[in-house]
Design a protein around this ligand. Structure first.
Ligand SMILES: C[S@@+](CC[C@H](N)C(=O)[O-])C[C@H]1O[C@@H](n2cnc3c(N)ncnc32)[C@H](O)[C@@H]1O
Length: 369
């Protein structure tokens, strides 16, 4: 009998140059979004006062910001530091992973073949990919999370450089799950947009009696999800499907959860997407997750939040901020619709000076069928 394939490992060959480069990129980004953000806020206030302006909307704020050199610097750094992260000077994530593809790709493909043979990794190369997914390289990831066979590994690396510590430790998911009713069990669970499976693996680690299913359209991400679950000794089912056309029967899941998904989907498609997840949930089942939202009462923050979406090639971010998900949820058939502040994460990006709004904040969405 052949030995089982080893896992997908590239940390062992991470060079000192690569680590130094990554630290530089992180430090530059943190400088921009922390100190740069505060400086920009103060410059914005001074300009608004000098003009006697009282901006009420993101667009009003943007008109003022547009007159500031510092605004252009902030925006330039925000866009281009992210580009460096992926592609810069041989040390970015793309060249780093692709230079090792002769080792990594056979490892990943052997593990994926095992998952397919076991009947838990369900790949469907013929699944129609929605246009909105193909047209943009989300997060400026060249080719996107489906753009090459190692795109899942690239996304996993990119996520490690996120500044919010809760995201690193998967605490984010546990925080989301804490908004589910206490004492209730969820026998069959769907991770809606699972990517490389971090959320579903966290759920199954904590709820080993649950049956877990993760859906995503990206095969490279799903292969990695299977590989990482296998390393953890976690059993789950990974499905390559479009969330708008789920291949599950009606009334099938007790709960479905999501993280960072709504802003990736065009609000024009959101009604159909929510109707579809409503269809596969059992009566009484929950659809729960978190998403970025505007900070209330701060046109400055709202303008920056819109801007960062555009700059980072996340074209639905601004319209996501302006979508009434409560109404969309009710129209999709959910009877009990709650959207509330995600306190565990909401204060994470808080500047020391409390007069300055956090750069980002999140809500919890909990819809019941
Ligand atoms: C921001 S990532 C999600 C991250 C993931 N929820 C987590 O916690 O790590 C967005 C994911 O949505 C997937 N996606 C986007 N549109 C989709 C669609 N229509 N159907 C299935 N997956 C989709 C992408 O492939 C990507 O993996």
């Amino acid at each position: 009998m052949n030995a089982p394939p080893p896992s997908v490992r590239f940390d062992a060959v991470e060079s000192a140059d690569y680590r130094a480069y990554r630290r530089f990129v992180n430090a530059a980004r943190n400088w921009d979004v922390e100190k740069g953000y505060v400086e920009l806020h103060n410059a914005f206030q001074r300009e608004a006062e000098a003009e006697g302006a009282t901006p009420k909307t993101a667009d009003d704020a943007l008109a003022i910001l547009d007159r500031l050199d510092l605004f252009r610097t902030y925006a330039f750094l925000f866009r281009n530091i992210q580009r460096l992260k992926y592609a810069g000077h041989g040390y970015g994530i793309m060249p780093y992973v692709l230079e090792q593809q002769d080792t990594l790709l056979p490892q990943l493909e052997a593990i994926a073949a095992e998952g397919v043979a076991k009947g838990v990794l369900h790949l469907d190369p013929k699944v129609p990919v929605p246009d909105y997914f193909k047209l943009v390289d989300f997060h400026q990831h060249p080719g996107g999370v489906d753009g090459n066979p190692l795109a899942g590994l690239q996304y996993e690396l990119a996520r490690r450089t996120r500044t919010h510590s809760r995201v690193f430790a998967n605490q984010l998911y546990r925080d989301i799950f804490s908004y589910l009713p206490k004492g209730q069990t969820f026998d069959r669970v769907l991770d809606w947009g699972t990517s490389f499976g971090a959320g579903l693996r966290t759920w199954l680690h904590d709820n080993p009696n649950s049956e877990g299913h993760g859906v995503d359209i990206s095969a490279p991400c799903l292969k990695l999800a299977y590989a990482r679950a296998r390393e953890q000794g976690i059993e789950a089912n990974w499905w390559q499907q479009d969330l708008e056309h789920l291949g599950f029967p009606e009334n099938h899941f007790d709960m479905s959860f999501f993280a960072y998904m709504l802003h990736e989907l065009p609000p024009g498609r959101t009604p159909a997407l929510l109707k579809e997840v409503h269809r596969v949930l059992k009566p009484g089942g929950f659809f729960i997750g978190m998403e970025l939202v505007y900070v209330d009462g701060s046109p400055f923050q709202n303008a920056i939040a819109d801007l960062e979406g555009w700059l980072n090639d996340e074209p639905f971010m601004a319209s996501c901020f302006n979508t009434d998900y409560e109404a969309v949820g009710r129209r999709a058939g959910f009877s009990n619709v709650m959207i509330t502040r995600f306190t565990e994460m909401a204060d994470g990006a808080m500047p020391e000076d409390k007069r300055i709004p956090p750069r980002s904040t999140w809500n919890i969405f909990r819809f019941q069928k």
